[in-house]
Each structure stands twice: as structure tokens, then as C-alpha cells.
Design a protein around this ligand. Structure first.
Ligand SMILES: *[C@@H]1O[C@H](CO)[C@@H](O)[C@H](O)[C@H]1NC(C)=O
Length: 298
């Protein structure tokens, strides 16, 4: 199997000199990752090339990707010459580093299937480490009515490390309705609200379907944007998450999100990798023998 892959890529590399551009996308797959996996970036608010080139490289990097190894940085999408379509982001489920959303004047960021931000690597601003940063999402130009209005992270269940920062998002709605302490475990005040963190005079309200107790929790308009909140009863001594039920119990440290029992095969989601039914911190055959979180049979 491995031999075949190598052989095919050698043939393709050879063919690329004959066929030119067509083959570049195939070679890129090996640079950007394989299967459901892709590699993130580490440039912060920077970018290189023209706005068009920058947008196209985001597309190439993340299209079809489920598992981002590294940081997901979606920034510098502010050209009024480009009609941005970020729907390709909806395949992403896991980010192993931090998520940075900034310098955007788009209405929404459709990371609708993102479940876990593991934040192995955190974004440091002024001495504080963050797993999620949303900043400078108002329009760069004249039009002050353009900018981020909805965060749209309805599947987000855990930010394993770091805190959350919002600043300069004057049009952003709903983020103050989110129960952040359920997403960021073990941190008392998980969110920093900087200047114009969100629209504090917003009249937008969550859909009635988002009601839980006497409160509504949501990421955007409509019933699909509800935050589904379970408030687990958690003992302070639990090392990670707690049972996703009314029974008090600590999840196994290999679990992300929550669990139904104490073992590493009772996890709602794995923090690192999944070998058969069990969550593990490394795959039996070594970390390269996997696709995203799934360990592969060698
Ligand atoms: C905030 O929301 C209110 C009501 O929805 C709206 O009138 C106002 O323009 C918004 N603020 C900004 C800065 O857009």
C-alpha cells in the first residue's frame, strides 16, 4: 500500500513536468495533508500575496478538510472586489491548535461542524493564552454596516486549553448568550471581552427553540444555531470533563467534550486519537498511521 502511494506520487511528479499546471493540485495534497487531514498556519494576522491569492490559498488548504493539524487562522478577508464564499469551512471538525478569526468583513463564518478546538498551541496576546480569538471584524472601508454578525459555531463543544477573546466586533450578535464555561472546562471566567467585543445594544434574540431553563443560548438566528447545553454536575477533583448526565462522575482524561461512563471507551469524543472503541494519546502503530483522529490498521 505504502509502496503504491510512493510510486503514484513519483509518476505524478514526473508527469507534472510534462502536463504542467493540472498536476499542481495533486502535489499540493501531499504538502497540505492527506485524507481528511490538513495543516494549519502560524502567521497570526499576517498574510502574503494579493487578497485574491490569499483567499485562494485558504480554499486550497481547507477544502474537504475535517481535521486541522495546527492553527486555523481565517484572517484578512476584506476586499470588496472578491465575493467570498467560506462554505468550504463547514467540513472542519477538529483543530489541534488555536482558532483565530480576524480582519474579516464577512457576515458569518460557517464553521458549523467544528466540535473541538484542542489548542495544543495557544495564541498569546499581552501575556494571556487564548484558544479562540475573534477580533477586528468590522469593515475596513467606508461601509460601517459590513462586518461579522454571527459566529455560527453550533457544534463547538470544547476548547481544551486557553481562554476566549473578543475585541472590535461591533456588529457581532449572540456571543453573550453562549454558556462559555460549558465549552471551556475548568476556567472560572473563560471569556475576555475587549473594546467593542460585540454589539451590546443588539435587539437580536435567539430562536425560542434555543431555550434551556429560562435562558436562550445561540450562535446565530434560527433553530439550527442553538447551543445545546448540558450542565454536567462536575466535581472539582475531576481531571477533565464529567458525565453527560445527572450522575456525578469524572470522564477518562482521554475524553473530550464529555462521556457516558468512566472508561476511555465511554467518551463522546476523543481528545487525541481513536483506536477501535478506545480513546488513546497515540496510535498503536505510531501517529503517522492515522487519518485525522482515527488510528488506521497497519
Ligand atoms: C446593534 O444592534 C442594534 C439593534 O439591533 C442596531 O440598531 C445597531 O446599529 C447595532 N450596532 C452597530 C454598531 O451596528
Amino acid at each position: 500500500m505504502e509502496f503504491l502511494v510512493k510510486f503514484v506520487s513519483v509518476v505524478l511528479l514526473f508527469a507534472s513536468s510534462v502536463l504542467g499546471v493540472e498536476i499542481i493540485s495533486v502535489v499540493e495534497q501531499s504538502v497540505f495533508g492527506q485524507g481528511d487531514e490538513c495543516y494549519g498556519t502560524h502567521v497570526g494576522f499576517g498574510y502574503s500575496g494579493t487578497p485574491e491569492f490569499h483567499y485562494e490559498s485558504l480554499l486550497r488548504r481547507y477544502r474537504g478538510c475535517k481535521h486541522v493539524e495546527g492553527n486555523l487562522e481565517i484572517t484578512n478577508l476584506q476586499s470588496d472586489q472578491i465575493s467570498y464564499d467560506l462554505s468550504f469551512l463547514s467540513t472542519i471538525e477538529v483543530v489541534t491548535g488555536y482558532v483565530l478569526l480576524g480582519l474579516l468583513d464577512l457576515e458569518s463564518i460557517p464553521l458549523t461542524n467544528l466540535k473541538l478546538i484542542r489548542a495544543d498551541n495557544m495564541f498569546n496576546i499581552m501575556g494571556e493564552d487564548y484558544g479562540l480569538v475573534v477580533a477586528f471584524t468590522d469593515a475596513a472601508g467606508e461601509n460601517k454596516n459590513r462586518g461579522l454578525r454571527e459566529l455560527q459555531l453550533p457544534s463547538l463543544k470544547e476548547i481544551s486549553r486557553g481562554r476566549v477573546l473578543f475585541m472590535q466586533n461591533p456588529l457581532l450578535n449572540f456571543v453573550n448568550t453562549i454558556a462559555w464555561n460549558v465549552i471551556v472546562p475548568g476556567v472560572t471566567n473563560p471569556v475576555t471581552y475587549g473594546d467593542s467585543a460585540y454589539n451590546t445594544t443588539s435587539l437580536e434574540v435567539c430562536d425560542p427553540a434555543c431555550e434551556n431553563g429560562n435562558q436562550r443560548f445561540c450562535w446565530g438566528r434560527g433553530p439550527k444555531m442553538c447551543q445545546i447545553v448540558h450542565f454536567p454536575i462536575c466535581d472539582e477533583l475531576c481531571p477533565g470533563r464529567c458525565y453527560d448526565s445527572t450522575i456525578v462522575g469524572c470522564c477518562h482524561p482521554e475524553c473530550a467534550v464529555g462521556c457516558t461512563g468512566p472508561s476511555n471507551s465511554d467518551c463522546l469524543m476523543c481528545k487525541y486519537f481513536k483506536a477501535g472503541e478506545a480513546c488513546v494519546s497515540s496510535c498503536p502503530g505510531g501517529v503517522s498511521v492515522r487519518n485525522g483522529q482515527d488510528c488506521l490498521e497497519d
